[in-house]
Design a protein around this ligand. Structure first.
Ligand code: ATP
Length: 441
């Protein structure tokens, strides 16, 4: 069915609230702009995204190790990295009625987009949240909530090379919360103030950045399309022009997705050269060079960094998967999520509330639990309605236990996308589901 992209955004927002994917943070107190909580299905989807990223970026590779560094880091780190000076957005405030604040690069002209009032001159606004460690609120106790996880990898670089057996080229990966005091959070969870970054710093020999930059561009798109099932036609590369590069970058490519509000950055891949290691070496007065055992050379490795937030992938997956069609002359909403990410992979539904059926259904849930993300669904309403509820949250397979099951020990697997049904013996169910659910490794 053809839906306009605007309609899709509204529908996805409504669905995710209705079905417990997302709640505004602290809603009973009026919410907090740019912050969201994730309900049962939402947090499961986020966890699936996180796990698949970790699996493909770390576990299935022999050249990447993991790290968990702290969320708060001293000012010295951000001074050295350049974030205190450069992690800024130009801010303009409306001097008219609404007093709204805008990112200067997102407004055109001199008038407030909301009320038409005059705007003040642009001034720079640092996006980092500052707080204090200890009882004194003075300069010495200032710390910042990290706006990226990357600095943890650079600050711990020496520890990692001294305590593990990594050899260039290798990567250090990290997932964890990051905070940015965005001037204009919005487009649902596309731009929020607290989010979870997944970043990998891939250290290579100096000047060998171009080939690894090309490698990671391709590898990341492969992950989005093959592992997460995102439609390739809605992805494209955007190469940043030199004048708009971040202070640390030699070249940056965004993997963009065609959002309802236009093409937007899903993931950024940056060639950070040896910028970060060099500034930390200089400021900390510690030797951060790497001794290459093959060539006996000492150098600061260069860095390629793929960076994306769980939230950007979350919103992308839902927008990409949302669809409406007609089944049995009735319109249906269906989330065509890849089985790898579906919050519920298998729903087990007894045809009626008869005791014997419920017993078998619960046995099946027990049998499948641990292997798949399973939900037992005995809510009222006829079977068609329950299928629809599962379609709406993207469940790829429903297992129906009916009266024949009591005689033939077989159940029906109902496929979400085709709505086709197949009969499978209970004993063969686990193997059959593993087969149909199996994506790439
Ligand atoms: P922008 O210029 O749009 O503010 P940026 O280019 O500074 O963003 P990066 O530093 O490249 O953003 O961020 C890396 C990745 O982190 C992005 O591709 C995106 O997936 C995610 N990200 C960045 N900011 C946010 C945010 N406010 N909310 C959710 N995800 C974010």
């Amino acid at each position: 069915m053809t839906l306009t992209r605007d309609q899709v955004m509204d529908k996805v927002v409504a669905l995710t609230k209705r079905r417990g994917f997302i709640y505004p943070s602290s809603e009973i107190y009026g919410g907090l702009s740019g912050f969201y909580d994730y309900g049962p299905y939402g947090m499961t989807l986020k966890r699936a995204i996180r796990d698949l990223w970790w699996r493909h970026m770390v576990e299935l590779r022999d050249d990447v190790v993991g790290l968990e560094s702290t969320l708060m880091m001293p000012s010295a780190v951000w001074e050295a990295s350049g974030h205190l000076t450069n992690f800024v957005d130009p801010l303009r405030q409306c001097l008219g009625e609404c007093k709204k604040r805008w990112r200067a690069d997102q407004v055109t002209g001199e008038k407030c987009p909301e009320c038409g009032g005059p705007l003040d001159d642009a001034r720079m606004f640092n996006l980092m949240f500052k707080t204090y460690v200890g009882p004194l609120e003075d300069r010495a106790s200032e710390v910042y909530l990290r706006p990226e996880t990357a600095q943890g990898m650079f600050v711990d670089f020496k520890n990692v090379i001294n305590s593990t057996r990594v050899r260039v080229p290798f990567g250090i990966a990290q997932q964890g919360k990051a905070f940015r005091n965005e001037i204009t959070p919005g487009n649902f969870v596309f731009r929020v103030r607290e989010f979870e970054l997944m970043e990998m710093e891939y250290f290579v020999r100096p000047q060998q950045d171009d080939e690894w930059f090309a490698y990671w561009r391709n590898e990341r798109v492969r992950w989005y399309t093959e592992v997460l099932g995102i439609q390739p036609s809605r992805l494209r590369f955007y190469d940043h022009p030199t004048e708009s590069l971040s202070h640390y970058s030699k070249q940056t490519t965004d993997i963009e997705y065609e959002f309802p509000f236009g093409w937007g950055e899903l993931e950024g891949i940056a060639d950070r050269t040896d910028y970060d290691l060099a500034v930390h070496q200089e400021r900390s007065k510690q030797d951060l060079t790497y001794l290459d055992p093959e060539t006996n050379e000492r150098y600061l490795p260069w860095v390629i960094e793929p960076a994306v937030s769980v939230e950007r992938i979350f919103i992308t997956l839902l927008l990409d998967a949302y669809d409406e069609d007609v089944v049995n002359n009735e319109p249906r909403v269906v989330m065509r999520l890849h089985p790898n990410v579906a919050p519920v992979q298998v729903a087990v539904v007894p045809l009626s509330k008869k005791e014997e059926l419920i017993r078998v259904a619960k046995e099946i849930v027990q049998m499948l639990r641990g292997q798949f993300r399973v939900e037992y669904d005995q809510t009222g309403g006829h079977i068609g309605r329950r299928y629809r509820r599962q379609d709406e949250i993207g469940t790829p397979f429903c297992i129906t236990v009916d009266f024949d099951t009591l005689n033939d020990r077989a159940v029906t697997i109902r496929h979400r996308d085709s709505t086709e049904q197949e009969r499978v013996p209970v004993d063969a169910l686990g193997a059959r589901l593993a087969e149909v659910l199996k994506g790439p490794p």
